[in-house]
Design a binder for this molecule. Structure first.
Ligand code: AMP
Length: 192
């Protein structure tokens, strides 16, 4: 399997690029943000609980996220060509759990590709997205900055975790969508 983690801060373009990559390489796209928003929309107990964290720009607890990913991997591993993870893992315990879950399915992460975008660009982009996304966490600058701080504190160590496995690369996440996609495509083509 070709298993890619698309990494980077909120608003770095992971969702947009993951959809294009999934289509290009015929991969299953797993976005934990989308999965959670679906739970929120359908008012499941998990969704009601998760919403409290999402609205504040905080991370949903690891146990919840790991359970959610575990169900997906159980269902799809071996049946798809590969997976593109978007928004997961976001903490070291999530990364360790993901490595174990994949190992159990006799596969592993092939590469982690980070989109590099600075904080001011992030805030500007998410506020713009908020005008049409309908996401409450996209409309308040303080919440956006909290999400960026949470990323720096809890998520950026995940980069080191995969650097130690020699699986981490990054590309510049500023520019035209197609231009960034071409760079991601070249980085992935050599892995196929
Ligand atoms: P996203 O759409 O990826 O920006 O995610 C939106 C929100 O969902 C985040 O701000 C978190 O509250 C929550 N979330 C998504 N993925 C995760 C994850 N892997 N771990 C914890 N919380 C998550």
């Amino acid at each position: 399997m070709l298993n890619i983690i698309l990494f980077g801060p909120p608003g770095s373009g992971k969702g947009t690029q993951a959809v294009k990559i999934a289509e290009e390489f015929n991969l299953l796209h797993i976005s934990t943000g989308d999965l959670l928003r679906n739970e929120v929309k359908t008012l499941t107990p998990l969704g009601v609980e998760a919403k409290k964290f999402m609205d504040k720009g905080e991370l949903v607890p690891d146990e919840v996220m790991i359970g959610m990913i575990s169900n997906n991997i159980d269902e799809y591993a071996g049946k798809v060509k590969g997976i593109i993870f978007d928004g997961f893992p976001r903490t070291i315990p999530q990364a360790e759990a993901l490595d174990k879950l994949l190992e159990f399915k006799q596969t592993s992460i092939t590469k982690v590709i980070a989109l590099e975008v600075d904080e001011e660009e992030i805030v500007e982009r998410i506020l713009l997205r908020g005008k049409s996304s309908g996401r409450s966490d996209d409309n308040d600058e303080a919440t956006i900055r909290r999400r960026f701080n949470v990323y720096q504190r809890e998520t950026s160590p995940v980069a080191n975790h995969y650097q130690q496995q020699d699986k981490f690369i990054s590309v510049k996440g500023i520019g035209e969508i197609e231009e960034i996609f071409e760079q991601l495509k070249s980085a992935i083509e050599v892995l196929v």
